[in-house]
Design a protein around this ligand. Structure first.
Ligand code: AMP
Ligand code: MG
Length: 419
């Protein structure tokens, strides 16, 4: 039986609106990675996107070495039962190998990381031998070949260790250093310009007039962009003045790869951005089937990509994370990954109208029983920025969901601005 949707649902169910997934795909299809690369030294490479494959010029480890402090022996000398006595003929330290040949019936005292002497293939832990002077006694129960790290067992010469598109993390820098490589090609840093719009907005340091509010969006955007490692061009607050907006849009597009605005895209009388963009750029005005953050503008403004985010502080963050972040990832040459999601039992009762996907702010935590749970932060108005500050995740309720009961499994998207 199909039930006609009631007009009371019209607010949330709009057949003309785009699902989040579709909008994200359209954005990612339009955007191509920046073509320019630059060379950076290892110390400056954290958070940059690799533009070349890293091919190992060496074996890692470069020499077969001991994984333990003990005695290097020949596996063939080990007793099946009883004991064997071996002559200790020298010592190998890390960085100071024992360079003579080790023969049958002999052993070499060896430290962790020291090169295996020629002729030795096995290490016996020092706790498992009895040493008296130059005589070392070893019992049965040892395995030939044990406690030895083979040359090239981590990385072989000629292996591609990292691929282009990798966002470089601390472990990658160490890995590259372990190959003796000190600099690499990365994609150039993106330039992102943004500004806030609205006559009601006051900057910090000014005193609030009647009906005014402090501009918070610029600071959340600044923070999110800083975590992303782009070059930031903060163009401040622009009042609802057509000429000033036109000028700022034009100058921002000249300076940046991406221009982000917040506010001014709803249908309020003073919302000029839409008109100006129709005049100055090629942009789409979408209604996204999501809450918060329904209106979204995306397209071209000169040579820059343009994102017009809604004005409400939570909407700005949610739309940034869902649309701008993957766009920046693709532009910077990264492989775009889907956001990390998991299923957790919900400890709150959640209300929702069907029609739009909802990103409810929530806290995931471990209960006393050791299980992980998620609970709402409370009020979910798109102006309640405190909810984002309290939250460490979104509960993502799909379009057709009507909420969740206590104990129900819900989809959780942990906050993770970086990757
Ligand atoms: P708008 O899309 O311009 O109609 O703005 C929607 C709501 O978000 C209004 O309540 C604005 O006052 C608020 N808002 C817009 N821009 C900002 C901003 N930069 N900081 C804080 N609130 C804002
Ligand atoms: Mg406004």
């Amino acid at each position: 039986m199909s039930v006609e949707r009631q007009s009371s649902c019209a607010d949330d169910f709009d057949p003309g609106s785009l699902p989040v997934e579709t909008a994200r795909e359209k954005i990612l299809q339009a955007i191509q990675p920046v073509a320019q690369n630059e060379t950076v030294p290892l110390q400056n490479a954290i958070g940059r996107v690799l533009a070349e494959a890293i091919i190992s010029p060496v074996n890692v480890p470069s020499h077969t070495n001991s994984a333990m402090d003990g005695y290097a022996v020949r596996g063939a000398d080990l007793p099946e039962e009883g004991e064997v006595k071996l002559d200790m003929i020298g010592t190998a330290f890390a960085g100071h190998p024992f360079s003579a040949e080790m023969g049958a019936g002999e052993c070499v005292r060896i430290m962790t990381g020291a090169a295996m002497p020629s002729g030795a293939d096995t290490v016996i832990m020092q706790e498992h031998v009895t040493a008296e002077g130059d005589q070392v006694t070893i019992g049965s129960g040892q395995r030939a070949g044990q406690h030895v790290r083979q040359a090239g067992e981590d990385i072989k010469k000629g292996d591609a260790v990292l691929q282009p598109g990798k966002l470089l993390q601390a472990a990658d820098l160490g890995l590259i250093a372990s190959l003796g490589i000190g600099e690499m090609q990365v994609t150039r840093r993106l330039k992102v310009a943004f500004f806030s719009t609205g006559d009601e907005l006051c900057s910090i340091g000014e005193s609030l007039g009647e009906g005014q509010i402090y501009d918070s969006n610029r600071y959340t955007l600044h923070g999110m962009l800083q975590q992303f490692g782009v070059e930031i061009i903060d163009l401040g607050v622009v009042p609802d003045d057509r000429e000033k907006l036109r000028q700022t849009l034009l100058t921002s597009a000249e300076q940046a790869d991406v221009v982000i605005t917040s506010g001014g895209v709803s249908v309020g009388e003073a919302d000029y951005i839409k008109d100006l963009l129709e005049e100055l750029g090629q942009v789409n005005f979408w209604k996204i089937a999501m809450k918060p953050g329904r209106p979204l503008t995306f397209g071209r403004l000169g040579a820059a990509w343009f994102f017009g985010l809604p004005g409400n502080p939570v909407s700005v963050m949610v739309t940034f994370l869902q649309f701008v972040q993957p766009a920046l990832q693709k532009l910077s040459g990264m492989r775009v990954k889907r956001p990390l999601q998991l299923q957790l039992p919900c400890q709150s009762r959640l209300k929702k109208q069907p029609g739009r996907i909802e990103y409810q702010r929530a806290i995931m935590r471990q209960g006393e029983d050791g299980q992980w749970y998620v609970e709402t932060t409370g009020g979910q108005g798109s102006g309640i920025l405190h909810s984002m500050s309290l939250a460490n995740c979104f509960i993502v309720l799909p379009e057709d969901s009507t909420g969740a009961e206590i104990g129900e499994l819900v989809t959780v998207e942990p906050f993770c601005y970086l990757t």
